[in-house]
Design a binder for this molecule. Structure first.
Ligand code: CA
Length: 227
């Protein structure tokens, strides 16, 4: 799996460029939005793991972007780290229930921000940290790539394994076909969303090969969810 998708929302170009450069150097997949509306569009296109969100933005404010991320069932698991200038809203960020997962006051150290992004990634993407995931009678070991269901081992191809790891990292979350394409096949893959249906079908077949029930749910008009 890749090292994590980070969206930087910052209207000041120089600050944004420093962040993009440093985060790409750390191996993250980085996208950038210069205002709140663009941020919401990019998040809708493909939900990142972590949003680094400046409070003071033109048009839609950072706080409104955060509120909308956390109000949407499809994106509320996205981790939000808010940035604010001490002279502006530093104290208010602390006082308000923004729904943000973390916040930093400008000027901040980039190394500290990277550390906090990693902390959020461990929370939202445990499968990338070499942990063992459980869902009902299914166990997935992301280090040995072994999957078991009840007493039997489940044989999966690499794409089916990544699909299951994605589902098991966030049980109950509804993933759109586009989000799954992005997460499992990668941002550059120019594939039809029907590819996702084919591989979800294979995953289901493998998980139910012992006569077990179907743990995956097809959500009409939305995508797929585990449980
Ligand atoms: Ca700003």
């Amino acid at each position: 799996m890749d090292r994590g998708d980070v969206l930087i929302v910052e209207d000041e170009a120089a600050q944004a460029e420093v962040l993009v450069w440093n985060l790409e150097k750390e191996g993250f997949n980085v996208r950038r939005a210069a205002d709140g509306s663009e941020a919401l569009l990019l998040i809708e296109e493909a939900a990142p793991d972590v949003v680094v969100l400046d409070w003071m933005l033109p048009e839609v404010s950072g706080i409104e972007v955060c509120r909308r991320i956390k109000a949407n069932r499809e994106t509320r698991e996205v981790a939000v780290i808010m940035l604010s200038a001490r002279s502006e809203e530093g104290d208010r960020v602390r006082g308000l229930d923004t729904g943000a997962d973390d916040y930093m006051v400008k000027p901040y150290s980039v190394a500290e921000l990277v550390a906090r992004i990693r902390t959020q990634l461990r929370r939202v993407r445990p499968a990338s940290a070499g942990e063992v995931l459980h869902f009902e009678d299914i166990t997935l070991d992301s280090e040995t790539h072994r999957v078991d269901r009840a007493a039997r081992q489940v044989k999966l191809g690499p794409l089916e394994f990544k699909l299951l790891a994605t589902f098991m990292a966030r049980p109950g979350r509804v993933w759109s076909r586009e989000q799954l394409l992005d997460r499992v096949w990668g941002r550059e893959a120019m594939l039809d969303t029907r590819t996702v249906d084919v591989h979800v079908g294979r995953l289901r077949k493998a998980l139910m090969a012992g006569g077990e029930s179907d743990p995956l749910r097809t959500v009409r008009g939305a995508g797929y969810a585990l449980g």
